[in-house]
Design a protein around this ligand. Structure first.
Ligand SMILES: [Zn+2]
Ligand SMILES: [Zn+2]
Length: 175
């Protein structure tokens, strides 16, 4: 099956600035009613993967980039999601930048402006939000629940106490 055969029934979505791959993949899957393995197989059906089978979407959604996504894998994904491979690469940590897989962190002030999880929040070197000069949240300030992986951020609220992410901004300390 050629890529052109499968693309017409897939909705494309625009990446947001700074958006992490996990958050983008979650949005794309929900727009297209795909499971992680379903999306991985769609990329495989695109015919761009010469070997190695389906893309490890579930791992990528947990920021498990060891080994990092290869150029070939990104180009396969690009064909399915309709976003350039170079743009997808910007959703990953740059080469040499180390990441914290957890806790998942949040600048609620950023989320108000653009509702997505930003990849830079997971860099080990990131101490706070440079745009707002605020510390990052690593748990819900109301109930203490850890944030879910960004691919599962559907409603923009704490999954336990339903406090809106947008309401958490006033709990961030100046940094
Ligand atoms: Zn911010
Ligand atoms: Zn909560």
């Amino acid at each position: 099956m050629e890529t052109e055969d499968i693309k017409p029934w897939l909705f494309e979505i625009e990446p947001l600035e700074g958006e992490s791959l996990s958050h983008f993949l979650g949005r794309f899957r929900r727009a297209n009613d795909l499971t992680p393995s379903g999306l991985g197989q769609a990329a495989e059906l695109g015919g761009a993967i010469a070997y190695g089978g389906a893309l490890p979407i579930a791992r990528w959604e947990k920021f498990r980039f060891n080994p990092p996504p290869s150029r070939q894998q990104l180009e396969s994904l690009a064909k399915v999601v309709g976003v350039d491979a170079d743009r997808l690469e910007q959703m990953l940590p740059p080469t040499g930048v180390r990441m914290n897989l957890e806790p998942i962190r949040l600048c609620a002030a950023c989320y108000v402006e653009s509702p997505c999880h930003k990849i830079e929040w997971q860099f080990k070197e990131t101490q706070g939000c440079q745009h707002h000069s605020l510390s990052l949240l690593s748990e819900c300030p109301n109930c203490g629940a850890r944030f879910k992986v960004p691919a599962l951020w559907v409603d923009g609220w704490c999954h336990r106490c339903f406090t809106l992410f947008a309401e958490m901004a006033n709990r961030q300390k100046t940094y």
